[in-house]
Design a protein around this ligand. Structure first.
Ligand SMILES: *Cc1c(COP(=O)(O)O)cnc(C)c1O
Length: 397
């Protein structure tokens, strides 16, 4: 059976009524027959039937044992860090999601958890940076926003050999394209706010673990700390997932067309998209994923914040907004938006130039999106012109 068929039929018909859509159990508690004798649920922080459906579907999609749905992607990341103890270290990808960077460095560092950032696209860097205290390797692939690709299988081997966990933030690829647990990762985390939800109408997070035991530990942390996903938002994510395969396929096709267009444009310096043969991670992306996703980043030859700002406020179809993965195309300027919390020198060193523009390519016709970009290049022509240094005149010498 194909993945799409399996997905659609892994969302159960309601056994009580035959309802084809999953019921929303809007309840805080569940009546018990006798103390501790219940039908699988006692209090809705600990478990809710609507949330359970989402968690089980996600576990299946990611080929894991346990799914756990959180109130946001960051709440999901937070629960994973809580597996660690004072003195432990995290080894994380340098081009990390800004919110994860802030959580690791500004919240957990003060509890004595240290984090080292390396470019995990070069596997040897992971090997070199790992210490006996490293308990968690944290990668995103593709990364946000420079679309770096890390070799999940190779890094999983290093993690195993050093008895530490490998967690992959699979938000950008989604399980429709990539299943890190099948490649040796221990944990997958998602901002379900993005492709899983898919319609820019909710905030949610998901953790899936390969092993039941690890899943139980994270479930314990969730119940103890309380960052659960509501029944209605669980339902919205289920509804989004029903079309995940179709959406991601179209996002990827559109993104490929947009990336190929940008590559030929004279005002563009670099294009970051793993579907381009010129992308340094292209071969690994082909090996570990079935597509390249909907995010494309590019820099301008005129590499200034001013030039990039002129561009991002002039598009018509691409709306200026944080977030990604919805049906409508969005664009953003990470240096001034999503990555503003990362110090400028660190940000630039991780390859996020001042003029780097990130596109979340939506489900409009690719031609219309390309026309929108072309039109924007034309209207911003003046601001995008690279100012040449004045040649010294003969009379100056
Ligand atoms: C958005 C995002 C997050 C954070 O998720 P929220 O749902 O916004 O809390 C984490 N990782 C990646 C890659 C993201 O894009």
């Amino acid at each position: 059976m194909s993945n799409a068929t399996q997905l659609i039929h892994s969302i159960p018909v309601d056994p009580l009524t035959g309802a084809i859509s999953v019921p929303i159990y809007q309840t805080s508690t569940f009546v018990q027959e006798a103390p501790g004798v219940n039908q699988g649920y006692d209090y809705a922080r600990t478990g809710n039937p609507t949330r359970t459906v989402l968690e089980d579907v996600l576990a299946k999609l990611e080929k894991g044992e346990t799914g756990i749905a959180f109130s946001s992607g960051l709440a999901a990341i937070d629960a994973i860090v809580k597996l660690l103890e004072t003195g432990d270290e995290i080894l994380a990808v340098d081009d990390i999601y800004g919110g994860a960077f802030r959580l690791f460095t500004q919240v957990y560092q003060k509890f004595g958890i240290k984090v080292n950032f390396v470019d995990t696209a070069i596997t040897e860097n992971v090997f070199d940076a790992i210490t006996p205290k490293t308990k968690l390797i944290w990668i995103e692939t593709p990364t946000n926003p420079t679309l770096k690709i890390s070799d999940i299988q190779a890094i999983a081997k290093i993690a195993k050999a050093n008895q530490c966990l490998l967690c992959v933030d699979n938000t950008f690829a989604s399980p429709a394209l990539q299943q890190p647990l099948s490649l040796g990762a221990d944990i997958v985390v998602h901002s379900a706010t993005k492709y899983l939800g898919g319609h820019s109408d909710l905030i949610a997070g998901i953790v899936v673990t390969k092993e039941k035991e690890l899943g139980a530990k994270i479930k314990f942390i969730q119940n103890a700390c309380g960052a659960i996903l509501s029944p209605f938002d669980s339902w919205l994510v289920i509804r989004g997932i029903e079309t995940l395969h179709l959406r991601v396929k179209q996002h990827s096709e559109n993104a490929q067309a947009v990336a190929e267009f940008l590559e030929t444009h004279p005002a563009v310096d670099k294009v970051y998209y793993p579907g381009l043969k010129t992308h340094p991670g292209h071969d690994i992306a082909v090996k570990q994923a079935t597509g390249f996703g909907g995010i494309v980043s590019f820099t301008l030859k005129h590499d200034t914040e001013e030039a990039a700002t002129a561009f991002v406020i002039s598009t018509k179809l691409f709306k200026l907004a944080e977030s990604l993965g919805g049906i409508k195309s969005l664009l953003c300027l990470p240096s001034q938006m999503t990555h503003k919390t990362i110090p400028a020198a660190k940000r630039r060193a991780a390859g996020v130039a001042d003029s780097l523009i990130r596109l979340s390519v939506g489900l409009e016709e690719a031609k219309d999106l390309i026309d929108d970009l072309q039109h924007t290049f034309d209207t911003c022509k003046k601001q995008l012109q690279v100012k040449r240094k004045r040649q010294p005149a003969v009379s100056d010498i």
